[in-house]
Design a protein. Structure first.
Length: 431
C-alpha cells in the first residue's frame, strides 16, 4: 500500500513512521483495512476453487475404489459356493456399490464443471490484473487517498497549531512567574523588572496569537469534516458493494455444492446435510456487511478533533488523583471513564505485564497493626470523593487507616464514622 504524500511545494507528507493515532476507520491510513479486505477476495476465490476441486478428487477416488472392489468380488462370487437367493443377495450388494460409484463419479464431474468453473469465471470477471496490482484494488485505494488527503492536511495543521499554542502557554506562564518573583525580590533592580515585564507581555501576546491560530485550524477542520465524511463514505460504499457481490457468490456456490453432494436420505447423512444447509441458508450478506461496517468501517465512532485548552500547573495538581482513577479530569468530574493504574503502582503493573495472577491478586490487602483500632494519619491535601466508596477530607484532618496501601495506591480508612478509600499519597502517619 502506498502512503499519502504531498506535492513538492511543502504540502502534507504522511510517511511510514507516522502511525495512525487510533483504530477508527476515519483516522489517517486506516482505510487500508478496507482495501486489504477487497484484495483478500482474490485469495478467497483461489481457496474456494482449490477446496471444491480437492473434494471432487475425493469423490472420484471413492468411485474408482468402489468399482475396483466390485470387480474383484464379482469374480469371487461367481466362482464361490453361493447359490440361489443367497447368491442374489451377494450380487445385490455389489450392484449397490456400482450405483453409488456412478453417483459419486457424476458428482465429481459436476463439482469441477459447474462449481469450480463458476469460481474461476467470477474471479476473472471481478478482478483484472495489471503489471503490479489488481486494478479494482488500486482504484479503491486511490479513491480513499483522494478523499482523505485534504482532511489529512488540515489535521496536520491542527496538530502543529496545538503544539505551538501549548508551548506558548507554558512559556508565558514561566515568564509571569519570573516577573512576579523579581518584583518580590528587593535585590532585583527596577530596570531589570521592566525588562522582565516586557518579556512577559510579549510572551502573553504570542500566546494569544497562537491561540487564535489554533482555534482557526480547529474551526477549519470542523467545517471540512462533513465533506470528508461524505467522500470517505462514497468510497467505502463502493467497497461494500464489491464485498456484497463476493459474499453472495460464495453463498450461492456453497448452496450449489450442497445440491450436488446430498445423495442419501439415511438418517446419519440427512443430519449432516441438514446442518450444512442450515448454516449456509443462515448466511446473510446484509448482516456480514453491517458487522464489518460497525467494527471497522463507516459506522464506527470517531473522536473528531476539538479545541483543547492549556491546563495550568495548579489545575494539574488538583486533578492528579482523579486522573489516577479515571484517566482524565473530565472523566473524573462526570464519574465516568476507565480506571487506570496510579503512578506509584506503575512499577508493579509493568513487572506483571498487566496479567491476572489468581494466587496473588485474590489476596486481601494487609491489615495494619492494631486492626481493631487502626493507625492515625494526617491529610496533606484536600480531597473530594469521586465514588461513593471514597472519603472526603481537607488538609489537616486526622483519619484512621485500617488497611495498608493496595497495588493501586489506595488505603481503606475511617473518617467521621464513615469507612472508605482514600489516596495513600495524600496522607502521612501522625508522629
Amino acid at each position: 500500500m502506498s502512503n499519502i504524500t504531498g506535492a513538492a511545494d511543502g504540502g502534507l507528507s504522511i510517511s511510514e513512521h507516522e502511525l495512525p493515532t487510533s483504530d477508527s476507520f476515519w483516522d489517517i491510513g486506516n482505510y487500508r483495512r478496507v482495501v486489504e479486505r477487497m484484495e483478500s477476495g482474490v485469495r478467497q476465490c483461489d481457496d474456494l476453487y482449490r477446496m471444491i476441486n480437492e473434494r471432487a478428487e475425493i469423490e472420484a477416488k471413492y468411485a474408482k475404489n468402489l468399482k475396483s472392489w466390485k470387480k474383484k468380488w464379482d469374480e469371487l462370487v461367481e466362482k464361490g459356493p453361493q447359490y440361489g437367493t443367497a447368491e442374489k443377495a451377494w450380487q445385490s450388494h455389489l450392484t449397490e456399490a456400482e450405483g453409488i460409484a456412478d453417483l459419486h463419479s457424476e458428482r465429481s464431474a459436476r463439482l469441477i464443471s459447474e462449481c469450480c468453473a463458476g469460481v474461476a469465471n467470477w474471479k476473472r470477471d471481478h478482478f483484472h490484473k495489471s503489471m503490479l496490482h489488481w486494478k479494482e484494488v488500486k482504484a479503491a485505494e486511490d479513491g480513499f487517498e483522494r478523499a482523505q488527503k485534504p482532511w489529512a492536511k488540515r489535521l496536520a495543521k491542527v496538530k502543529s497549531a496545538k503544539k505551538s499554542y501549548h508551548a506558548s502557554c507554558k512559556s508565558a506562564e514561566a515568564m509571569r512567574k519570573q516577573f512576579a518573583d523579581a518584583e518580590r525580590d528587593p535585590n532585583i533592580t527596577t530596570e531589570h523588572c521592566k525588562k522582565l515585564k516586557g518579556k512577559s507581555d510579549k510572551a502573553e501576546k504570542e500566546r494569544l496569537r497562537l491561540r487564535e491560530k489554533y482555534t482557526g485550524r480547529v474551526d477549519d477542520i470542523t467545517v471540512y469534516n462533513e465533506t470528508y465524511d461524505r467522500d470517505m463514505r462514497t468510497e467505502f460504499d463502493k467497497c461494500q458493494e464489491f464485498e456484497r457481490d463476493l459474499l453472495d457468490f460464495v453463498r450461492k456456490t456453497f448452496l450449489q455444492c450442497h445440491t450436488f453432494l446430498n445423495l442419501t436420505l439415511s438418517e446419519p447423512y440427512t443430519k449432516v446435510y441438514q446442518d450444512f444447509l442450515g448454516v449456509v441458508e443462515l448466511a446473510s450478506s446484509a448482516e456480514d456487511l453491517q458487522f464489518y461496517s460497525s467494527r471497522f468501517g463507516a459506522e464506527m465512532g470517531m473522536n473528531w478533533p476539538v479545541f483543547e485548552d492549556y491546563m495550568h500547573t495548579d489545575d494539574l495538581a488538583r486533578n492528579q488523583v482523579s486522573t489516577r482513577r479515571y484517566g482524565s479530569p473530565a472523566d473524573a468530574a462526570s464519574g465516568t471513564g476507565t480506571p487506570v493504574t496510579p503512578p506509584q503502582a506503575a512499577g508493579a503493573a509493568n513487572q506483571n505485564d498487566g496479567s491476572f495472577d489468581p494466587e496473588f491478586d485474590s489476596v486481601e490487602p494487609p491489615k495494619v497493626d492494631g486492626d481493631d483500632v487502626g493507625v492515625p494519619v494526617r491529610a496533606l491535601y484536600d480531597y473530594s470523593a469521586v465514588d461513593s466508596d471514597e472519603l472526603t477530607f481537607v488538609a489537616g484532618d486526622i483519619l484512621t487507616k485500617l488497611e495498608e496501601e493496595d497495588d493501586q495506591g489506595w488505603c481503606r480508612g475511617r473518617f467521621n464514622d464513615q469507612e472508605g478509600l482514600f489516596p495513600a499519597n495524600y496522607c502521612e502517619p501522625v508522629q
